[in-house]
Design a binder for this molecule. Structure first.
Ligand code: SF4
Ligand code: SF4
Ligand code: FES
Length: 546
């Protein structure tokens, strides 16, 4: 593989890589504002300047300059190497690049930084970006200069709404055009533009346009400074009070990788951000996915309850589990329906299948109805784990909720144990289920919750470790970020407790036991499953070299 030297480190690169991209791939940062790995190169901020040594025998590109000479108390002619933008310059084999080891590059960055702050309001104390702002970071690492300009800074429009999700502050904007390129290149719609020149330069809505569509929040996400803020997060939290956890979006079957930011003091979710995964979502998420965190604390089932709606009484989880087991006593054979959930983790569904096997029950699947997909990220299936739920059934027939309603009407099912219970059928058609023992494990009030005879509080994917399998069959795990609300517990744990209360052999008490069984029985749905190398590859690896 070709490589070049950056400071004292060897950086391998792929054909077509720029210096900054090859370094980024290795986790080496060259300071930058306008460059973004998922966007085209604009090379307008000049923060990424580096010194490139001429090839042996070659001639360095030099600039004529005036340099201050203290002994002469005057400027004297001098020359210095012409610096190159690392975001635009292609890497070539054997090239020698100096970034942190070049005084010229360091000085240039300090001056770019000073220039960007000349008219900046420096309103960090009330800026949502404070704590994760590139202007702050690079002032600390590249500049630390006091402001030399004494004139009144140029004032520009503040708090300009760009649609109903994004607010723009032109005084904080460094006109890097990342937001404009995101509209053009991700959404494929030129909704934002630049107007004026020099210190009057600002981002505006393109003539006759509004900021709209499913990827508006990405313009805020790519803004390296506090110029674009999102209405849902604006003035809600300081980022240094938040803690990030790796999670998977529950919005659809794409399974975008996310960071969930929570305030551990309040045990509250504050935002979701894309977590880069080149194989799944690259650097992006859609707006609906980013807003799924809002549902975390709404309409939750936090306590167990026994009895139908209207005569329902709150209960301790243990007592409700005992009650549920009693109500299911005697209803075995294939008259028991176990409803899997395309919204719940693979682990929850796996234990539900184990329970169904032990009861010789029939399997069904509850899911949210289809929504608007697109060719960018959004999958038409609004469920994060249809593939995982089906995979753990290991070939058994899995009916839909519509099939379940038909089976109940035909009296072939006379008891139901259900997970989640989101419904893609009309809620009124579920009323027949309200005549049967219906044990529901749910994190939120769902269409089935109104019909349940026993309701058990299940943890959400933010409150428990687990995994989903996306539409392309990729199993991905997520981590617990919040304490379960109220008495909520992981779905797999509640199902195992219910099974034991019914006298069944469901010994799962730890997630690792569930995962081990999952690996043995449905390995493709296990997030850490790696297929064994084919025999031909294995022998190629061990074959002696000629
Ligand atoms: S609003 Fe942000 S992303 Fe857009 S040009 Fe200004 S600084 Fe760059
Ligand atoms: S595309 Fe799907 S998985 Fe990705 S952010 Fe949107 S809703 Fe979530
Ligand atoms: S990152 Fe802006 S010029 Fe290179």
């Amino acid at each position: 593989m070709p490589s070049f030297k950056l400071d004292d480190r060897e950086i391998p690169f792929e054909k077509g890589d720029t210096i900054i991209k090859a370094a980024w791939r290795l986790g080496v940062e060259i300071p930058h504002y306008c460059w973004h790995p998922g966007l085209s190169v604009a090379a307008n901020c000049r923060m990424c300047l580096v010194e490139v040594e001429p090839p042996p025998g070659g001639r360095a590109m030099m600039l004529d300059i005036l340099k201050w000479d203290a002994t002469k108390n005057d400027y004297v002619p001098d020359r210095k190497p012409k610096l190159q933008p690392a975001c635009q310059m292609q890497a070539t084999d054997g090239m020698v690049v100096r970034s942190n080891t070049s005084e010229n590059a360091k000085q240039a960055r300090a001056h770019v930084q000073e220039f960007l702050l000349v008219n900046h309001p420096v309103d960090c104390p009330i800026c949502d970006q404070a704590g994760e702002c590139k202007l702050q970071d690079y002032w600390m690492s590249q500049s630390r200069m006091g402001k030399r300009m004494r004139d009144e800074p140029v004032h520009k429009p503040k708090a300009v709404p760009f649609g109903d999700k994004i607010v723009y502050d032109a005084e904080r904007c460094i006109t890097c055009t990342r937001c404009i390129r995101t509209c053009d290149e991700l959404a494929g719609d030129h909704m934002l533009d630049l107007r004026e020149r020099g210190n009057k330069n600002e981002v505006v809505l393109a003539p006759g346009r509004a900021l709209e569509g499913d990827y508006q929040l990405m313009v805020e996400h790519v803004c390296p400074v506090g110029a674009l803020t999102s209405s849902h997060f604006r003035f809600k939290a300081r980022v240094w009070t938040l803690k990030e956890s790796p999670s998977i979006c529950t919005g659809c079957a794409t399974g975008c990788n996310t960071w969930l930011d929570v305030d551990p003091r309040e045990q509250r979710a504050y935002r979701l951000r894309p977590r880069d995964n080149l194989a799944v979502n690259k650097f992006w998420m859609c707006d609906d996915g980013m807003m799924t965190y809002e549902g975390q604390h709404e309409s939750r089932v936090t306590r167990a309850a026994v009895g139908r709606e209207g005569s329902r009484a709150k209960s301790a989880v243990d007592a409700a589990v005992t009650k549920a087991a009693e109500s299911l006593k005697g209803v075995t054979g294939n008259h028991v329906a176990v409803v899997l959930s395309a919204q719940h983790s693979t682990e929850d569904n796996f234990v539900a299948v184990e329970l169904a096997k032990a009861l010789n029950g029939r399997l069904y699947l509850s899911a949210k109805p289809a929504w608007r997909g697109d060719k960018i990220l959004r999958n038409a299936d609004q469920n994060p784990n249809r593939s995982g739920a089906v995979a753990v059934a290991t070939g058994a027939t899995v009916g839909t909720l519509k099939d379940l309603v038909a089976a109940v009407n035909a009296s072939t099912v006379n008891a139901v144990i259900a997970l989640g219970g989101h419904s893609d059928v009309d809620a009124s058609s579920l009323t027949g289920l309200g005549q049967l023992p219906l044990v529901l494990l749910a994190s939120h009030q769902t269409a089935l919750a109104a019909q349940a005879s026993v309701l058990l509080p299940a943890a959400t994917s933010f409150e428990t470790d687990g995994s989903f399998v996306n539409a392309k069959g990729k199993a991905q795990s997520f981590k617990r970020a919040l304490r379960p609300e109220g008495d909520a517990a992981p779905g797999w744990e509640l199902l195992a407790r219910l099974g034991r209360a019914m006298g069944l052999d469901l010994a799962y008490t730890r997630l690792r036991d569930v995962r081990a069984a999952l690996l043995a029985r449905a390995p493709l749905a296990h997030p850490e499953y790696t297929p064994a190398a084919p025999a031909s590859e294995a022998s190629a690896e061990t074959a002696p070299t000629a």
